[in-house]
Ligand binder design. Sequence first.
Ligand SMILES: Cc1cc2nc3c(=O)[nH]c(=O)nc-3n(C[C@H](O)[C@H](O)[C@H](O)COP(=O)(O)O)c2cc1C
Length: 310
Amino acid sequence: MQNSSNPEIEFRNALGSFATGVTIATTMGGDGQPVGVTASSFNSVSLDPPLVLWSLAKSSLSREAFCNSGHFAIHVLAASQEALSNLFARSGEDKFAAVDWSVGELGSPIFSHHAALFECRTRHQYEGGDHIILVGEVVSFDARDEAPLLFHGGRYVERRPRPVGEAGQSIDIEHGQFSDDFLFYLLSRAHFHTSRPTREKLAENGLSMEEYMALAMLAMEAPLSGEAIAERLPHTGHKDGNLLASMESKGLICAGSDGYDLADSGRKLFVEMLAFGKALEADLADHFTEGEIAETKRVLRRIIELTGEG
Ligand SMILES: Cc1cc2nc3c(=O)[nH]c(=O)nc-3n(C[C@H](O)[C@H](O)[C@H](O)COP(=O)(O)O)c2cc1C
């Protein structure tokens, strides 16, 4: 052991050199209230039977609940869940108010968002100095393809962008194939899939994507001159061609002295399409937590900012 003026701190620091993931262990209190703590002491024990362990400080306010409930759930946190880790590392707060959770098959609170989940029946409890070691038999588990939150040296580990050379691994250059780890491929597939129902609906209404984009522009900001529309349309990935004249002849837009505006039938069609799109979005959002949707929007806005031309 190293000499130090404070051996306890030295010991802590030495332990901190072991990098771990971060979990939140949850259980149900005797009063029916959910209980949870952030814990990095989680580890695997046995494959057959499937056992895991973690250790809980005896000073924890959650001690009684974990020692008496007979079950617990371990949530391996995703890289985006640092704030949640901090929330559950505070003693005695109302930790569950801001979390989307439900009751699992053994009675433990289960978060909808996690990188992995292990629902456990408590099999053994051991004295371990100022901690209690809880060993659980895993009755069910779930793992998702999400980057984990990492902890090392007393702080969360910042994820570094992959070196350029490594990014090539997500594309099979030799055979010219994308792998589904390639971000651009995922973005374009997500766009293709999410826009397909809208494209079909537009076709049913006899509208092209260019016409829809022009209607959207005028719905946001009208009147607009022909030049202003022609200038903005390429930013959406479309060409104007003979667009405005043909839209006017279909009665979708009308030309005034200040520029183009939506005609009644164009406005009605646009509102219908908007409602259709919003309903699709709501259906998709049902599969994600509010936090995931907010994070996805943040990342997409940043991608648009970084790759657009203003
Ligand atoms: C990254 C991290 C890892 C932690 N690991 C553990 C752990 O393994 N066991 C433990 O008892 N506390 C651990 N803690 C501290 C508890 O989360 C913290 O003491 C919490 O406030 C206990 O909540 P309670 O008093 O409401 O039960 C950890 C905290 C952090 C930030």
